[in-house]
Write a protein that binds this ligand. Structure first.
Ligand code: IMP
Ligand code: MG
Length: 195
């Protein structure tokens, strides 16, 4: 275990088993449909890479980068598209692949934007669902794990851009961030950075 991690919440084996399960479910649900997996940069990259290989259907992959607008500690609900999709989605069944849903603000905004482009369908697959009161309620059509309201890193998730390469989901030691002025419970990204 990495020295900055206090507890492993979900092991690599548990993640991969869940990804296989989700892949099978998605393969059944999207058979015969024009599927576009839409990953949110940067956090969803390991998840979408594993999930795509667990889906036994032809599919396309594209990415969006979205960031909270401004540098406040609390998310304002105003988010910005830093990188957009390559093409139209009106002939596609879009499945958003997210690392984690916390307040729900980012995903809610992203879905509003995408709906205006009239995809054939729009659903969400989130690896982690933080157990907390949402600011915006979003339906998670596919969900990996519910986790407690703690700040986690690994398998794509970062703190100050680090720890994305840990193969498991772990809780960061408070000593790592207690000296920082920005607290990781909130949005700690600068506006120039994606998720
Ligand atoms: P929301 O708009 O509050 O749902 O924010 C979701 C985004 O915040 C995620 O895509 C992550 O980038 C980030 N985030 C929320 N909770 C965590 C966490 O525990 N660890 C790392 N990033 C997180
Ligand atoms: Mg994200």
């Amino acid at each position: 275990m990495h020295e900055d991690i206090t507890e492993i919440l979900i092991t690599e084996e548990e993640i991969l088993a869940k990804v296989v399960e989700l892949g099978e479910q998605i393969s059944r649900d999207y058979e015969g449909k024009n599927l576009l997996l839409l990953g949110t940069l940067k956090g969803a990259v390991p998840f979408i890479a594993d999930l795509a290989r667990a889906i036994a259907l032809p599919l396309e992959i594209d990415y969006m980068a979205i960031s909270s607008y401004g540098n406040t500690t609390q998310s304002s609900g105003v988010v910005r598209i830093l990188k957009d999709l390559e093409g139209p989605i009106d002939q596609k069944h879009v499945l958003i692949v997210e690392d984690i849903v916390d307040s729900g603000l980012t995903l809610h905004y992203q879905m509003d934007v995408l709906r205006q482009r009239h995809p054939m369908s729009l659903r969400v697959c989130a690896l982690l669902d933080k157990r907390r009161e949402r600011i915006k309620v979003v339906k998670l059509d596919y969900r990996g794990f519910q986790i407690p309201n703690r700040f986690v890193v690994g398998y794509g998730l970062d703190y100050a851009q680090r720890y994305r390469n840990l193969p498991y989901i772990g809780i960061l030691k408070p000593s790592i961030y207690q000296d920082d002025t920005e607290q990781p419970q909130m949005h700690h990204k600068s506006p120039a950075e994606g998720d």
